[in-house]
Write a protein that binds this ligand. Structure first.
Ligand code: CMC
Length: 391
C-alpha cells in the first residue's frame, strides 16, 4: 500500500533503542555495555556480567558482594511449586516445564506487580535471576526421579546450580572448580544478545504492561525453537548422528541441498556474517573441561572437522555461514553430565538476565509504546455473507 515498510522477519527494522549490547556482525564483535565478550568470558563472572547488564557499569567489590547476597536471598521457590512439578509427566521436556513454572511465578508474587515502580521491577528481576537455577535443576531432578535439592547459598550462583542438579541428599557434593568456571563462562556467553527472537518476544509481551514472569515465560517459549536456543540440543544430536568424520561430507551435501530441509545446526546467524565470538571462547573451553574431567569425546574431533570442511566449502563461504554459540556448547554440557534435553533450559537460565535487563530498559523508556506491527493484507476484499442453505 505504500503506507508501511514490509519487513517480514525484521531483517532491517530496529524495534527499539538499547544501550545494553552491541553486535558488529561483519566483524564478529559482541560488546556488553562496551566490554568485549572475550574479555568478560575470560575475566569476569556471570554475577558480575549480570550486574553490568542490569546497571550499566561494572560493580565495585562491595556492590558485587551486595548483589550476590541479594540474589542468594531469592533462590528458593515457593514450596507450593513442588506440587506444580508433580503435574508434569516424568518425560516432559525441561523447556515445557520451564515455560510452565516460570509463567506460574506470576501467581505467587502479588507484592511486586506495579511495574511502573523501579523498586518493584528490581525485586521481580532479582527473583527471576535467582530462581532460574532452582527451576532448571528441579526440572532435571524430576526427569531422573531424584529428590529436589534446596539451594545452598554458601555456594556461588553457578556452584549452587551444579549442586542442585547433580548432588543427592545421600552424599556430599563437591563442586569441581574448573567445571564451575566453565559453566559460569557458558552462562556469560548466553547472557544477552540484543534483539534476538526471544528477547523481542519478551519486549513485545512486556510492551502491553504484562507482568515480568509472564513475559519471561513467553521468551522461554520462543527460545525453545531449533532455529534459536533449541539449536544447542539439535547440534549435539546432529553430531551424534554424523558420528565419525568420514560421514561429514554426506551431511555437508545434505545441508547444501535446497530440497532437503536439513541444515547444519549450530551454523549460521542472522547477524554474524563472520565467526561468532562466543563460539571461539566455547571451542577453547571444550579442552579445558576435558582436561579437568579427564575425559575425551570423539564428537569434538567430528565437530572440528565439520567446521573445517564447511568453512572451506564455497556454499558456506559465499553465504557467510560460520559456527555460532550453539555449535560447541553441547559438547561441553554433555561432558559435564547434562542430557541434551537440558541444553536449551541452560540457555534460558542464562538469557534470563538479558531478558529482564531489556524488559527494564523498555519499561523505563519514556517513549515506550505497545508493540503493534502492521501487515500487508492479502485476503479477499469485502463481500456479502451467504446464508448456509445457499452455499
Ligand atoms: N545450514 C545450511 N544452510 C544454511 C544454514 C545452515 N545452518 N543457515 C543458513 N543457511 C542458508 C539458507 O538456506 C539460506 O540459503 P539461500 O539464501 O540459498 O536460501 C541462507 O543460508 C540464509 O539463511 P536464512 O535462513 O535466510 O538466514 P536467517 O538469518 O533467516 O537464519 C538462522 C539464521 C540462525 C536461523 C539459520 O542460519 C539457521 O537455521 N541455522 C541453524 C540453526 C542455528 O544454529 N540456530 C542458532 C542461532 S545462534 C543462537 C541463537 O541466537 O539462538
Amino acid at each position: 500500500t505504500g503506507m508501511f515498510t514490509f519487513d517480514p522477519g525484521f531483517t532491517s527494522t530496529a524495534s527499539c533503542e538499547s544501550a545494553l549490547t552491541y553486535i558488529d556482525g561483519d566483524e564478529g564483535v559482541l560488546l556488553h555495555r562496551g566490554y568485549p565478550i572475550g574479555q568478560l568470558a575470560e575475566n569476569s563472572s556471570f554475577m558480575e556480567v549480570s550486574y553490568l547488564l542490569l546497571n550499566g557499569e561494572l560493580p565495585s567489590k562491595d556492590e558485587l558482594a551486595k548483589f550476590e547476597f541479594t540474589i542468594s536471598r531469592h533462590t528458593m521457590l515457593h514450596d507450593q511449586l513442588r506440587t506444580f512439578y508433580q503435574g508434569f509427566r516424568r518425560d516432559a521436556h525441561p523447556m515445557a516445564i520451564m515455560c510452565g513454572v516460570v509463567g506460574a511465578l506470576s501467581a505467587f508474587y502479588h507484592d511486586s506487580t506495579d511495574i511502573s515502580d523501579p523498586e518493584h521491577r528490581k525485586i521481580s528481576s532479582h527473583r527471576l535471576i535467582a530462581k532460574m537455577p532452582t527451576i532448571a535443576a528441579m526440572a532435571f531432578k524430576y526427569a531422573v526421579g531424584q529428590p529436589f535439592l534446596y539451594p545452598d547459598n554458601s555456594l556461588s550462583y553457578t556452584g549452587n546450580f551444579l549442586r542442585m542438579t547433580f548432588g543427592v541428599p545421600a552424599e556430599e557434593y563437591e563442586v569441581i572448580p574448573e567445571v564451575e568456571k566453565a559453566m559460569d563462562r557458558i552462562f556469560i556467553l548466553h547472557a544477552d544478545h540484543e534483539q534476538n527472537a526471544s528477547t523481542s518476544t519478551v519486549r513485545l509481551a512486556g510492551s502491553s504492561g504484562a507482568n515480568p514472569f509472564a513475559c519471561i515465560a513467553a521468551g522461554i517459549a520462543c527460545l525453545w525453537g531449533p532455529a534459536h536456543g533449541g539449536a544447542n540440543e539439535a547440534a549435539l544430536n546432529m553430531l551424534k548422528e554424523i558420528g565419525t568424520p568420514d560421514k561429514i561430507p554426506h551431511y555437508i551435501e545434505r545441508a547444501k541441498d535446497k530440497n532437503d530441509p536439513f541444515r547444519l545446526m549450530g551454523f549460521g546467524h542472522r547477524v554474524y556474517k563472520n565467526y561468532d565470538p562466543r563460539a571461539t571462547v566455547m571451542q577453547k573451553t571444550v579442552r579445558e573441561v576435558f582436561d579437568a574431567l579427564k575425559v575425551d569425546d570423539p564428537l569434538f574431533e567430528t565437530a572440528l572437522r565439520l567446521e573445517e570442511l564447511a568453512l572451506n566449502d564455497p556454499y558456506f563461504i559465499e553465504k557467510k555461514l560460520f559456527p555460532n554459540v550453539d555449535f560447541y556448547s553441547g559438547i561441553i554440557l554433555n561432558a559435564i553430565g547434562f542430557p541434551t534435553s537440558m541444553f536449551t533450559a541452560l540457555f534460558a537460565l542464562a538469557r534470563t538476565v538479558g531478558w529482564v535487563a531489556q524488559w527494564n530498559e523498555m519499561i523505563s523508556d519514556p517513549g515506550q509504546k505497545i508493540g503493534r506491527p502492521r501487515q500487508l493484507y492479502t485476503g479477499p476484499t469485502q463481500r456479502d455473507y451467504i446464508p448456509l442453505d445457499k452455499r
